[in-house]
Design a protein around this ligand. Sequence first.
Ligand SMILES: Nc1ncnc2c1ncn2[C@@H]1O[C@H](COP(=O)(O)OP(=O)(O)OP(=O)(O)O)[C@@H](O)[C@H]1O
Ligand code: SF4
Ligand SMILES: [Mg+2]
Length: 323
Amino acid sequence: MSLQVENLTVYYQTLRGNVQALENTTFNIADGEIMGLAGESGCGKTTLGQSLIYLNPPMKYMGGRVTLNDHELPIADTKKMDDFRFKEISVIPQYAMNAMNPTCKIGKMTAELLESKKVSFKEVKAELDRRLDLVRMSRDVLNMYPIELSGGMKQRMVMVLSTLLNPSLLIADEMTSALDVSSQKAVSEMLVEFRNRGFVKSLMVITHDISILYQIANTIMIMYAGQPAEKASTDEIIHAPHHPYTKMLISALPRVGIIQSKKRLTSIPGTPPLLLDPPGGCRFRERCPLAIDKCQEVPPFIEIDNGHYVACWRQRNFTNLSL
Ligand SMILES: Nc1ncnc2c1ncn2[C@@H]1O[C@H](COP(=O)(O)OP(=O)(O)OP(=O)(O)O)[C@@H](O)[C@H]1O
Ligand code: SF4
Ligand SMILES: [Mg+2]
């Protein structure tokens, strides 16, 4: 098992109180697995990805354990996490392509990054060249400034850099969101290629775009208001979801690759709760057409079938109810 997350709880400390952005989150990612992470804006996707790599203020670790390849990660200690970041666990952050230092050439930036990890540029230059070829980037890119690269080129460059030391886990946060459709497809396919070639063992791909996940993810985890609602194989999430929220989210999408529905698309009524003061019990209760009194208690995230996890008191009745 590559990654194991147990009861991870992370808040943002603000003047108005704690934003409970990640609550008791438990899931695994297996070796070779590409897990998509989806859910409405503000549900905690970036917080989860970020917590696994760089938990900086105002984020505050409140509890839980993260294990990578059977070693516990010191996620609450940003200094100790230096030993793992980039080498064992790497990230392509949301808005990464705008985060490159505009005054620094790509090659110099790469050398500095490697130096900070005590790896010499010379040592990895041949491999870097091979990978640039693989993503169809000219090696001349190392002599260029970020401003000279298109959005798609920047994303491919960030992808090469973040995986250069063959980390076990790569977290890609909305890396295709700002790209046109054909660049999105190319970049997504490269992620799969990197996994297939062993440059990364497993991936967490965060995106709003479930149609991309349909193409590349083995599994999808749906989050709602700071908690996982459902995790299952991509096929099951799209064609046979068990959580009402997943079902409503999928129905609200204009297209999910292959769904040929003649039904009208429906949006999910209401808005997610404020995480400064989320309701007790199931956080989806206010918007859920299936809610019952029992839903005032927090539903556990349990495995109902092989690799299919759901947090809902009524998931077993779900197929008999029309949503
Ligand atoms: N620096 C911060 N300070 C306080 N609250 C924050 C901060 N960053 C995020 N939050 C809150 O934490 C919650 C989760 O945010 P997060 O960015 O993880 O969501 P997300 O699912 O990645 O959203 P999006 O799809 O828009 O990227 C939200 O309620 C957000 O308002
Ligand atoms: S636990 Fe209850 S409120 Fe929550 S999703 Fe299930 S039925 Fe709806
Ligand atoms: Mg985000």
